[in-house]
Design a protein around this ligand. Structure first.
Ligand code: GLY
Ligand code: MN
Ligand code: MN
Length: 465
């Protein structure tokens, strides 16, 4: 890719934002702050997703300004040979216009001096609301400086609007460039899951003391080996009953022969997340009850996949999943028909919630729980009120988002069985989730994470090899 092609994607996105700012609009987008971990050590820097989406620029301390007329200004770290010896090469404002395609660039040290002038005579300031602590007051300070010049004839913007509304809609539908990266991220993550499964079976067969962190190490190895910069979120590696803790993090618990292991892990590649969960028997062979529950979750996922296509709504895969899971809970005795009644009662009164307490998916993209409204924008006015059968709370719902090609979402049903006298003992402490990443296509959806198998027999075969 030559320079111009490389930045054309971002320049085009900035132009699309500019076109939506309205007369006199101006947008301000900072990247993420650097964060201290302890004393003088910092967390690895991760750019802000909005800033990156509009610039492709990964250095800290960057700011982007876009006017409605399409003029773009980047503020970035100045060249500084001494700092660059310690921290690495900086692009610098002189090279930024050619490299990134912005109209002009200045040192971030000039931000406070230049921003009031950029804001002068504009009508509306757009910035991401509630993302960057302190941004509102920073902008207020700049606006104060503009107000001080009003008596000399300057106009001060009199409206502030949330830029997320515009950019979220753009980010929700991925372009070919983004889908290409997400497919590569998904492949790397799939290989990482395979590697962790195989290591687990090998160690169990050899009678070694397997710990959750051994499997985490395999994931990290595979991520980095293929160029992923970091995990897209804290990897969950949960052995046995730990799988019933939804946000359990890889730790040092022993992984025992006969237990299931749940791994929810995905790499981030060039800013884009992948998000895969697989549940497998530590020793490579499902027991009967494990397989029964596993196949139920898998069947519920298949129903959700079937409901993931253009024209369907975001809630449809969830509703399809719940129907299959609820029926299975009745069939397997996880719910007692005498207590909960028939399938429709289980769904309507949310009895299934006892064993399935999360949603079936979320948008995926630069953020693992990506931005994008879950409500259909054209139907905002249609408000439905209902009473939640469990909490009694009155919930106001709007029509769920209609799926379109290019949207990317996860499909991740699960079952989590806590010990209880009214549940067959064979299922106690089993936690199962199966999660794949789906790109909505014109015909349906493509599961981009199936490089790691999901069928029970295929998992067993993989773990034998
Ligand atoms: N790994 C986070 C999630 O599945 O939502
Ligand atoms: Mn997920
Ligand atoms: Mn996940």
């Amino acid at each position: 890719m030559d320079q111009q092609t490389a930045y054309a994607i971002y320049a085009d996105r900035r132009a699309r934002v500019a076109a939506q700012l309205g007369p006199g609009g101006i947008a301000i987008v900072p990247t993420a702050p650097e964060r201290t971990r302890n004393r003088d050590s910092e967390y690895l820097f991760r750019f802000d997703s909005y800033f990156y989406y509009l610039t492709g620029f990964t250095e800290p301390r960057g700011w982007l300004v876009i006017t409605a007329e399409g003029h773009t200004t980047l503020f970035c770290q100045p060249k500084d040979l001494e700092r660059e010896i310690w921290d690495g090469i900086r692009l610098g404002p002189q090279a930024a216009p050619d490299t990134l395609g912005v109209s002009e660039a200045f040192s971030v040290d000039e931000l406070d001096a230049r921003l009031p002038r950029l804001l002068e005579n504009r009508q509306t300031v757009w910035f991401p609301f509630a993302i960057h602590g302190g941004l509102e007051s920073r902008i207020d300070g700049w606006l104060q400086k503009v107000r001080a010049r009003v008596r000399y004839g300057a106009l001060c913007p009199d409206a502030q609007r949330d830029l997320c509304g515009i950019v979220d809609e753009m980010r929700l539908v991925k372009d070919a460039h983004e889908i290409g990266i997400m497919k590569r991220a998904a492949q790397i993550s799939a290989q990482a899951h395979i590697r962790a499964m195989q290591r687990c079976a090998r160690m169990i067969r050899a009678g070694e003391d397997v710990r959750e962190y051994h499997l985490d190490a395999e994931l990290l190895h595979e991520f980095r080996q293929h160029g992923s910069q970091y995990p897209a979120y804290g990897s969950i590696v949960a052995a046995g009953a730990n799988a019933c803790v939804l946000h359990y993090r890889a730790d040092n618990a022993p992984v025992r022969d006969g237990e299931l292991v749940l791994i929810d892990a995905g790499c981030e590649l060039d800013g884009y997340a992948s998000d895969i969960t697989r549940t497998f028997p530590a020793n490579g062979r499902f027991t009967g009850p494990q397989r029964d529950l596993y196949n139920l979750v898998l069947a519920s996922q298949a129903a959700a996949v079937e409901a993931t296509r253009p024209g369907k709504r975001f809630v449809d895969p969830h509703d399809a999943t719940v129907r299959v899971l609820a029926q299975g809970m009745l069939d397997l005795g996880l719910l007692d028909r005498n207590d909960v009644g028939h399938l429709d009662d289980v769904i309507e009164k949310r009895h299934y919630f006892r064993h399935y307490m999360h949603r079936t998916g979320h948008w995926l993209g630069l953020d693992v729980h990506d931005c994008g409204s879950y409500v259909e924008p054209g139907e905002l006015g249609q408000l439905n009120e209902r009473k939640d059968p469990l909490s009694g709370e009155v919930i106001k719902d709007r029509p769920s988002r209609i799926l379109r090609p290019g949207m990317v979402l996860t499909i991740e049903p699960g079952l989590y069985v806590s010990p209880a006298a009214d549940v067959p003992k064979a299922f106690w402490n089993l936690g199962i989730r199966i999660e794949d990443d789906a790109v909505v296509t014109p015909e349906g959806c493509e599961l981009i994470t199936r490089g790691v198998p999901v069928e029970a027999d295929e998992i067993e075969a993989l773990m034998r090899s």
